[in-house]
Design a protein around this ligand. Structure first.
Ligand code: SF4
Length: 883
C-alpha cells in the first residue's frame, strides 16, 4: 500500500490521506479492507499527554515559545524512557529556525537532550575569513595592534600560541605598534634577540600578500588594485601560509578528538566556499581598480554572507531543523513547534517587483506570471502537510499563546485544520509550573518550593515518594551539584607549601604587605594572586600605576639631587624647591619608560600637569620644614629583595616555615636625639586620598603603615640610613595628586604664590603616631590642631576621642605588636592551605568591588554571606596610660 509507512498508526494514516480534503475521522464509515477502525482507546490516549503512554497525535497550547520548548523536551524524555524511542528517531521542526534555535538549544541543554541543529553555519568568523579580512585591514588602517594580533590569533600563521602571547605582552608593554613592525625592533638586547626573528616571521606572508606592487613607502599601503589582482593576492597569501594543509590538519584532529564539536571536513569546506566566492568576486570586479580601503566593505559584505551546510552526525541526537530544509526519512516522532498565525504558515513577503494587482493586470493582458500570493500560500500548505506527515508513530503540534516578549498571538490555521480531521482531539494547556511529583529532570526540582522544603528537612516525605518520575540514574549527589554551594575546602598543606615556596626543607613565603592585605580581605584572592601567580598584563600606557611610578621617580631624583649637592630639604626655599622639581621632571620625562611620557600629546600634557603638582608638593613640604624637626634621609628605601638597604622582615611561623617581607618605603624621615635612639617617620605617597581605618587595621586589611614601622624597628635597620637605633614615631599617607579647594579660577589656583597656601590642607599627612613624638613633629607654639599632620587635641593635651590614630606609647606598641601577631596567623593559615572565598564587608564596602578575580571565584553578591570584621580594641588614650 502507498500508506505502508503508517500501517501501525491509523491516526497518522488518516491525517495524511485527508490532508487536502479534510474529513472527520469519527464520522467515517469503517472500511475494513482499507482502514482499520479507530479504537476508542486510541482517541482517549490523545487526551492524556502526561499519562503513561504517548498519543499518536497531540496538540498543546503553551504560554510562550520557551514553555513550548520545555513541553517538547519533557515529551521527548518520556518517549525515550517509557517507549524505547531513540533520540535519532525524533525531530523537532519549525518553520523558521533562527527564531527557535537558541530557545530549543538552551532548553535541551538543560534537560540533557542531545540535539543536532540542522542549519547552514555562517563562516563569517572562521579563522580563515578573519585572516583574509585582517590582511586587508592592516595596511588600510595603519597596521593597528588589534589587526596584527587578530591576524596572528587565527592560528593560521607560522607562529605558535606561546610566541604570540609573549609577543603581544611585549608589544603592549613596549608600545610596538603601527609601522614599527616594519623596522627592526629597538630596546633591551635580550628582548630584541628574542622577538626580532618572530617579527621577521610574521612580516613575511604580509609582504607576499602586498607583492612587489607599487605601494606608498611611508604607509606601506598598496596602490589601487582591481578584483583580479586582489583575488590573486589572497590566493598567494593562502599558498604562502599553506592554508590547505593547515585546514586539513585541523579537520583531522577534530575528527580524532574524543569530543568532536565540529563537523567532519568543516574547515576544508570553508576553504572551498571561499575559493568559489573568489571566482565570483573576480568576475564581478575584474575591471574595477579601487584603493585598498574601499575594498574592505565589499569584501566584508561577501564574507559575511558565506555559509557552509552542516552535515548531520551519525550519532544519537534529536534533529532540530526547519521544515523546508531538514530531510530525515526515518522519523518515528515529530514535534511541530510554533504553529502560530503568521509564524507557520509564514506571512507572505512583500513582492520585490510586481504587486498582486499588477500581476492581475499582466494576466489580463495575456502575460502569465502567476499570483505570488497564492503560490506562497500553497507552499506553506504543502510544508504543513510535510511537517504533519513526516513521522510514522507520533506527531505533536504546539503553539504559543504569547510571544517571548509577552504579546498575545493566535494559533495557526493548521491547528483548526487538524481539529477538523480529528474533532475529538483535545488541546492541552501547558505552563511551566511543574508539580514536583511530575518532575522528569533534576533541573525541575530547583524551581519547586516542595523540593526545597524537603532539602531543608522541613518535609516528612522521602525522596522516592516526592519524585516518582525521576530517572533512576539520577542520584542525590547529581541533584546536589545544582543545589549545593561551593565549599571552601582548604588546600592540602603539602600542596600549599609547594605552591607558596620553592624550598622543600624550610618553606618560606616571600611576600609583600599588599599581598597579605589581600589575604586579609579574602583568602581566595590571595590564592589566585600568589598561589596561581596571576599577573596583570603591562601596557605601554600612561595608566595610574605608571603615573605613580613617574611621580616616585621624580621625587627620588629630587632627593638624590639634593644629596649630591650636600643639601637638605630644609635648605631650600619653597620657590627653589619648585624650580628644582621642574628641572628634574623635565629630565625624568625624557628618560621615563622608553619615552612613554612623550609618546603622545596627551601624555605630554599629563606629564606637565604632574610636574606642576610635584613642584607645589615639594614647595609645601619645604615650607613645613620650619616647624618639623625631622629630615628626609632616605627615599625609595628597599627592604629585602635583590639590593636591600634594610634587611627583609622575617616572621617565624612554625619550626620549619617562615614568612619574609620585601618592599620599598617611599620616604623615611629621621629626627636624631642626643643620647637616645632616633625617631623615624614613614611617609607613603598615594595617588588618591587614603586614611587609616581603625577596624581595617585591627583586622589586618590595612597593614602597610605598621608593617613599615616594624621593618624600621628591626635591630639592624638603622645601619644603612645612618642611625644607630631607630624608634618608630609614626607612619603617614600623603596624596601626590591633591585638588585645589575654594579657588575662583584656574589661574588663581595655579598661581605659585597662592597655590602653596591652598594646598596645605590637601597635602596634609594622615596616619598613626606616638604622641610622645608630637613635639618633634610639630613645633608650632600652642598648636592643638595639626596642619602638616592630621590631629586634634583637647585642652588637657590628650587627643580627641575620634583621633584613634594619635596613640599613647603603650597603644602605639600594641598597634605594632598586633600587626606582627596578625601576620603570623595569616602566614600559618596560608601554609595550611586556606583559600576560602570569604570577603569581608564593612558598611557597604567589600573587596569584591575592586577585585579582578570575580570571574574566577564566581561570587554572587546577592547570596554571598559576607564576613563581618571584629571591632578594634587597641585600648583608650588616658593621659599616656592605657584604660
Ligand atoms: S571577587 Fe571577592 S570573593 Fe572573589 S576573589 Fe575577589 S575578593 Fe574574593
Amino acid at each position: 500500500s502507498k500508506h505502508g509507512r503508517f500501517q501501525q498508526n491509523h491516526m497518522l494514516k488518516w491525517l495524511e490521506s485527508k490532508w487536502t480534503r479534510p474529513m472527520a475521522m469519527d464520522a467515517m464509515p469503517v472500511d475494513e479492507g482499507s482502514l482499520n477502525p479507530i479504537s476508542q482507546m486510541e482517541l482517549s490516549l490523545s487526551e492524556a499527554p502526561d499519562g503513561n503512554h504517548t498519543a499518536a497525535i497531540e496538540m498543546a497550547a503553551c504560554q510562550s515559545p520557551e514553555a513550548e520548548s520545555i513541553y517538547v523536551a519533557r515529551r521527548i524524555l518520556r518517549q525515550i524512557r517509557e517507549e524505547g524511542m531513540r533520540f535519532n528517531q525524533t525531530a523537532v521542526l519549525v518553520r523558521s529556525l533562527p527564531a527557535y534555535q537558541e530557545i530549543i538549544r538552551h532548553t535541551f541543554d538543560r534537560y540533557g537532550i542531545p540535539c543536532f541543529i540542522d542549519h547552514r553555519e555562517s563562516v563569517a568568523h572562521h579563522p580563515l575569513v578573519e585572516l583574509t579580512r585582517c590582511v586587508l585591514r592592516l595596511p588600510a588602517f595603519g597596521w593597528t595592534h588589534d589587526d596584527w594580533f587578530t591576524y596572528l590569533k587565527t592560528g593560521l600563521t607560522d607562529l605558535i600560541e606561546a610566541e604570540i602571547d609573549d609577543l603581544e605582552n611585549a608589544a603592549i608593554e613596549r608600545g610596538w605598534r603601527g609601522l614599527r613592525w616594519w623596522n627592526p625592533l629597538k630596546g633591551p638586547e635580550d628582548l630584541v634577540n628574542r622577538f626580532e626573528p618572530i617579527r621577521r616571521k610574521l612580516l613575511k606572508p604580509i609582504k607576499t600578500f602586498l607583492g612587489k606592487s607599487d605601494h606608498d613607502s611611508e604607509t606601506k599601503m598598496p596602490l589601487p588594485w582591481n578584483g583580479i589582482q586582489l583575488a590573486a593576492a589572497f590566493r598567494k597569501l593562502w599558498k604562502t601560509l599553506n592554508i590547505e594543509y593547515r585546514l586539513e590538519t585541523w579537520d583531522e584532529s577534530a575528527f580524532h578528538s574524543p569530543k568532536p564539536n565540529i563537523q567532519d571536513g568543516f574547515h576544508i569546506r570553508v576553504l572551498e566556499v571561499l575559493e568559489a566566492w573568489l571566482l565570483n568576486f573576480e568576475l564581478a570586479f575584474a575591471e574595477t581598480p579601487l584603493p585598498i580601503r574601499e575594498w574592505i566593505p565589499i569584501v566584508d559584505a561577501g564574507l559575511n554572507n558565506l555559509t557552509v551546510g552542516v552535515i548531520p552526525p551519525a550519532i544519537d541526537q534529536v534533529l532540530v531543523g526547519a521544515i523546508d530544509r531538514s530531510r530525515n526519512p526515518d522519523l518515528k516522532s515529530t514535534y511541530l513547534m510554533g504553529l502560530n498565525e503568521s509564524v507557520f504558515p509564514a506571512k507572505p513577503t512583500a513582492p520585490m517587483v510586481f504587486d498582486e494587482l499588477e500581476r492581475l493586470q499582466l494576466e489580463n493582458a495575456g502575460v502569465h506570471i502567476g499570483s505570488r500570493y497564492r503560490t506562497q500560500l500553497a507552499t506553506e500548505r504543502f510544508l504543513g502537510y510535510i511537517g504533519c506527515t513526516r513521522a510514522t508513530e507520533h506527531l505533536t503540534l504546539s503553539y504559543a499563546l504569547n510571544t517571548s516578549e509577552g504579546k498575545a498571538q493566535a494559533p495557526s490555521v493548521f491547528i483548526q485544520h487538524v481539529k477538523r480531521i480529528f474533532p475529538q482531539l483535545k488541546i492541552h494547556s501547558f505552563n511551566e509550573r511543574i508539580d514536583l511529583s511530575a518532575a522528569l529532570h533534576e533541573r525541575e526540582l530547583l524551581i519547586s518550593p516542595e523540593f526545597w522544603r524537603w532539602k531543608k528537612g522541613q518535609s516528612e516525605a522521602v525522596l522516592s515518594q516526592i519524585l516518582p518520575n525521576m530517572d533512576s540514574r539520577i542520584t542525590l549527589s547529581s541533584i546536589s551539584q545544582h543545589t549545593g554551594k561551593a565549599t571552601n575546602q582548604p588546600l592540602n598543606g603539602v600542596i600549599a607549601r609547594h605552591l607558596y615556596s620553592e624550598s622543600r626543607t624550610s618553606p618560606t613565603l616571600y611576600t609583600s604587605v599588599s599581598r597579605i592585605e589581600a589575604f586579609a580581605e579574602c583568602p581566595f584572592r590571595f590564592f589566585v594572586q600568589s598561589g596561581l601567580k596571576t599577573e596583570e598584563r603591562m601596557a605601554f600606557e600612561l595608566d595610574a600605576r605608571r603615573l605613580g611610578s613617574f611621580q616616585h621617580a621624580a621625587l627620588e631624583a629630587f632627593h638624590m639631587a639634593l644629596e649630591d649637592e650636600g643639601l637638605r630639604w630644609r635648605d631650600l626655599t619653597p620657590s627653589q624647591a619648585r624650580e628644582l622639581m621642574e628641572q628634574i621632571t623635565s629630565q625624568t620625562m625624557k628618560d621615563f619608560h622608553e619615552g612613554l611620557m612623550e609618546d603622545k600629546p596627551v601624555n605630554r600634557v599629563t606629564a606637565s600637569a604632574l610636574s606642576q603638582a610635584l613642584g607645589t608638593f615639594v614647595a609645601v613640604i619645604v615650607e613645613w620644614m620650619s616647624h618639623y624637626t625631622f629630615e628626609p634621609i632616605g627615599v625609595e628605601v628597599a627592604f629585602g629583595g635583590k639590593e636591600p638597604q634594610i634587611p627583609a622582615w622575617e616572621i617565624q611561623l612554625s619550626d620549619d616555615t617562615k614568612m619574609v617581607f620585601n618592599g620599598i618605603i617611599d620616604r623615611v624621615d629621621l629626627c636624631t636625639r642626643e643620647g637616645q635612639s632616633s625617631w623615624a617617620i614613614v611617609i607613603d605617597y598615594k595617588s588618591g586620598k587614603k586614611k587609616p581605618d581603625e577596624i581595617l587595621s585591627w583586622n589586618g586589611v590595612q597593614l602597610q603603615l605598621p608593617v613599615y614601622l616594624n621593618v624600621l624597628r628591626q635591630p639592624d635597620a638603622g645601619a644603612s640610613i645612618e642611625a644607630k637605633h631607630i624608634q618608630p614615631a609614626g607612619a603617614f599617607f600623603t596624596t601626590l595628586r591633591a585638588k585645589h579647594e575654594g579657588k575662583s579660577s584656574r589661574k588663581e589656583a595655579l598661581d605659585p604664590d597662592t597655590s602653596i597656601d591652598s594646598m596645605r590642607k590637601a597635602y596634609q599627612h594622615v596616619g598613626c603616631f606616638d604622641i610622645s613624638a608630637l613635639d618633634a613633629m610639630d613645633q608650632r607654639e600652642g598648636a592643638n590642631r595639626g596642619e602638616q599632620f592630621q590631629y586634634q587635641l583637647n585642652k588637657n593635651g590628650a587627643p580627641r576621642k575620634t583621633n584613634w590614630h594619635v596613640m599613647s606609647p603603650a597603644k602605639f606598641d600594641h598597634f605594632l605588636y598586633r600587626t606582627r601577631d596578625l601576620l603570623k596567623e595569616f602566614g600559618q593559615r596560608i601554609f595550611e592551605g586556606d583559600l576560602s572565598i570569604a570577603p569581608y564587608q564593612q558598611s557597604q564596602q567589600t573587596p569584591c568591588q575592586k577585585c579582578d578575580y570575580a570571574s574566577v571565584c564566581r561570587i554572587d553578591p546577592w547570596t554571598q554571606q559576607w564576613r563581618q570584621l571584629e571591632p578594634a580594641c587597641y585600648g583608650e588614650f588616658n593621659d599616656g596610660k592605657e584604660a
